[in-house]
Design a binder for this molecule. Structure first.
Ligand SMILES: Nc1nc2c(ncn2[C@@H]2O[C@H](COP(=O)(O)OP(=O)(O)OP(=O)(O)O)[C@@H](O)[C@H]2O)c(=O)[nH]1
Length: 760
């Protein structure tokens, strides 16, 4: 047999007694990885070259190497494994015993037998018919050792009290039929019982029976060479006993199964082999626990890896502050998927270990998800607070709103959104809560509402002040322009009426704000003070220098220039201008002290502002008593002086108007003019040409005036006059310049002559 690896079979333990690490992959290639408990293992035990590989190949369609007929030499070395054709069955071909190649070293035989027993459900004990009854030939000595060691192995009862059973299937080869199978069976059974009795048993298992641990079955196969057809038929029948679950003599009974899931077989066998190798007593429960730990860790790691990939996809947005829709559903799915994956493969292993590892995995999953949950809560909190602010500012637009209703609606909506989101993200099977976050959110929303209320109150006070300022302007202007003794009464009455309305409008609105008594008191104080300041502002504007002087002037004019009936006076020389002037001036001057203090005649109309201590800093310092003074004493004197000067001008003007009327041309002068100019007028009227000229001049004048051409005409006339003047000047210069030229020439010639004479 050649030790070459192939895809079909796999050497799990080589002749150097090393376990291969390829088995797991091979099981995958055989397609048995996910078989769970739905697979079986069978091994063969027997002397070398007794047709073991041949039998396995025929029975299970495996591809184990078979010895070449011509060379009787050991072919199977170590232990090989192959998947049976058409069955979920792993078949182990074990190196034959009594091997000449290994001499007297029975160590490997003992180990491989132990390993086969610990791993397989059915152990085929293969022997020639003639070996039956022979102690050495039938490997009875080896079986004795195996039984002994196995008592330690199988003797330990499982937690449920059951023992691990294995079927020993004795296959007698080359059965010629001379000795019936029943006889051979009886011989073998008695030999086995003898061996069992002779082995050294632990004290607590002194009465243990062979049948407590092993089931035995016997079958004979006809001679392969002498009666090949019969041999084939026997093999086929035996094959059916392995394959057909319906048969009564079906060999793979559930009791024989080692309860190792297919995906853990490789690891389990490796562990068993290590223990066999280290010559320790095999402790299968411990082995199974170790295997369970190893496999559960592996399965959990696989599940966790997939889970982490899924969780990572949402970690970034959550960390970036985004609220991930449907995060709870996703987390539930990832978690369920990881647990299902773990349960599917892990639940087949040792239950204690499985439960422990499942709890570990669950804790890891929950820890990873809790971070996402907390992140989502934080983001929901932020989002809820932001939308609360937004909804408040949207709801508080316009005039017709109830602050309390807007706040309550926004608060309920945002809280609901937060709770819904948090509830969605919370995994029901955890003890996660979001109460603290909700409490915090409520507190923050309250703080925002309080701040908003304060802002709104301020805004409202500002609006009231603005309206007040607009409304108070007219009554103040009207009252102050008259300058009557009761003007301050009118001003303060209007002021008080308007202030009452303003306070009422504040209180109406404030009710919906749920403002506290202190807040209302403070706001009303501010309203009163601002209203007073608005009034004072208007008064100041109306009593500024030009305005007050204009008012005094108007007042004076009314007294001086109009008579008692309001008719304008035309001063005559005989009128008492001085008396009227003095009276009007003095009466007007008396108005200055009236304007100087805001003081009503009716004391019930007096207004005062208490000394407010709770006014905000923005309102600044304010002295009410000082605000009642419009003009100081000095200012009054100044105004009086300035007014007097202006009044004097009126006096002078009045005086002048009488002088100009005195300087008028007397009427008789017009009579003299008519008499003296009578002849000239008659000449023009009765001369047709002059009269025509007169008519034309009048008509031209009328047209010029009608067409508004007087300006351009004057312009043209002026230009023509200038030109005439220029021309005249030029002509005159020329006239005087011409006679001077010959004189200059004569003078020039005389001068030349004189020069020449002096040279001579
Ligand atoms: N007489 C007889 N010969 C057989 C039978 N089965 C197989 N042989 C022959 O016995 C020889 C050994 O066969 P193998 O199947 O290689 O035997 P083996 O027990 O696997 O041998 P090792 O792996 O070396 O231990 C071969 O030449 C087979 O043809 C049988 O039922 N009767």
């Amino acid at each position: 047999m050649v030790n070459g690896a192939s895809t079909e079979r796999c050497q799990i333990i080589d002749d150097q007694k090393t376990f291969t690490c390829e088995l797991n992959n091979q099981i995958q290639r055989w397609g048995l990885q996910d078989a769970g408990f739905g697979y079986d293992v069978v091994a063969v035990f027997g002397s070398q070259s007794t047709g073991k590989s041949t039998l396995l190949n025929r029975l299970f369609g495996t591809t184990f190497d078979v010895m070449d007929e011509t060379r009787r030499q050991q072919t199977t070395k170590g232990i090989w494994m192959c998947r049976a054709k058409g069955m979920n069955l792993m078949v182990m071909d074990v190196e034959g015993t009594d091997g000449r190649e290994r001499g007297e070293d029975q160590d490997f035989e003992r180990k491989s037998a132990l390993f086969s027993l610990a791993s397989s459900e059915v152990l085929i004990v293969n022997m020639w018919e003639h070996q039956v009854g022979l102690y050495q030939g039938a490997n009875m000595s080896l079986l004795k050792t195996v039984f002994e060691v196995n008592l330690g192995l199988f003797g330990k009862k499982a937690q449920d009290g059951a023992t691990q059973r294995t079927l020993l299937l004795f296959v007698i080869r080359d059965h010629v039929g001379q000795t019936p199978l029943a006889n051979l069976q009886a011989t073998l059974t008695s030999d086995l019982l003898k061996i069992w009795d002779s082995i050294a048993k632990p004290e607590d298992l002194a009465h243990a029976q062979l049948t407590d641990y092993f089931d035995m079955s016997f079958t004979a196969l006809s001679h392969k060479v002498l009666v090949p057809d019969k041999f084939e038929a026997d093999v086929a029948d035996l094959r059916r006993r392995f394959a057909d679950r319906e048969r009564e003599d079906y060999l793979f009974k559930p009791a024989y199964h080692k309860r190792i899931p297919a995906d853990g077989v490789a690891h389990y066998m490796e562990g068993v082999w290590e223990q066999v190798q280290s010559n320790k007593d095999l402790d299968l429960p411990t082995q199974q626990e170790l295997l369970a730990q190893f496999r559960c860790d592996e399965i959990a790691a696989g599940a966790l890896e997939e889970f982490n990939v899924q969780a990572k996809s949402q970690r970034k947005p959550v960390e970036a502050g985004k609220v991930v829709d449907g995060l709870g559903a996703m987390m539930f799915e990832w978690k369920a998927r990881a647990l299902t994956r773990f349960d599917k493969d892990g639940s087949r292993y040792h239950q204690g270990v499985y439960s422990r590892k499942r709890a570990d995995l669950l804790a890891q999953l929950d820890a990873a998800l809790a971070a996402l949950f907390l992140g989502q809560l934080k983001n929901l909190h932020k989002q809820a607070l932001a939308s609360f602010k937004r909804e408040l500012s949207d709801g508080l637009k316009g005039e017709a709103y109830s602050f309390a209703d807007v706040v309550a609606a926004a608060r309920a909506a945002c809280e609901k959104r937060f709770v819904d989101g948090a509830e969605e993200a919370r995994l029901k099977d955890t003890d996660w809560t979001f109460e603290d976050e909700l409490t915090l959110l409520r507190e923050e929303m309250d703080a925002v509402a309080v701040q908003c209320r304060s802002d709104e109150t301020k805004k409202m006070v500002n609006v009231i002040e603005r309206n007040f300022r607009k409304q108070i302007a007219e009554p103040v202007e009207v009252a102050l322009s008259k300058g009557e003794p009761e003007m301050w009464d009118h001003v303060l009455k209007s002021f008080k009426d308007m202030l009452a309305k303003a306070e009422q409008s504040y209180l109406t609105k404030a009710t919906s704000f749920n403002c506290t008594e202190e807040e209302n008191t403070a706001a009303l104080a501010t309203v009163r003070r601002r209203a007073w300041q608005a009034l004072k502002g208007k008064v100041d504007e109306q009593t500024a220098d030009p305005a007050i002087l204009s008012k005094l002037r108007t007042n004076f004019e009314e007294r001086f220039r109009y008579d008692d009936k309001g008719v304008p006076r035309v001063w005559k020389p005989e009128d008492d201008i001085d008396g009227a002037f003095q009276k009007a001036r003095d009466e007007t001057v008396l108005l200055i002290p009236l304007y100087a203090h805001i003081a009503p005649k009716d004391s019930s109309l007096e207004f005062s502002l208490p000394n407010e201590t709770d006014l905000t800093a923005a309102d600044g310092d304010f002295d009410f008593e000082e605000s009642l003074v419009v003009f100081s004493e000095t200012k009054q004197l100044d105004l009086t002086a300035r007014f007097r000067k202006e009044a004097d001008a009126y006096y002078v003007e009045a005086k002048r108007s009488t002088v100009s009327s005195v300087a008028q041309i007397p009427l008789w002068m017009y009579g003299v003019l008519v008499v003296l100019g009578w002849n000239e007028a008659m000449t023009v009227l009765f001369n047709p040409m002059l009269f025509t000229f007169l008519i034309m001049a009048v008509a031209a004048g009328w047209v010029v005036v009608q067409l508004n051409l007087l300006g351009p005409l004057l312009h043209v006339v002026r230009a023509v006059m200038n030109e005439i003047q220029n021309q005249a000047t030029r002509r005159l210069r020329e006239q005087f310049a011409e006679p001077a030229a010959p004189v200059r020439q004569k003078l020039h010639a005389a001068a030349q002559r004189l020069e020449e004479e002096s040279v001579d």
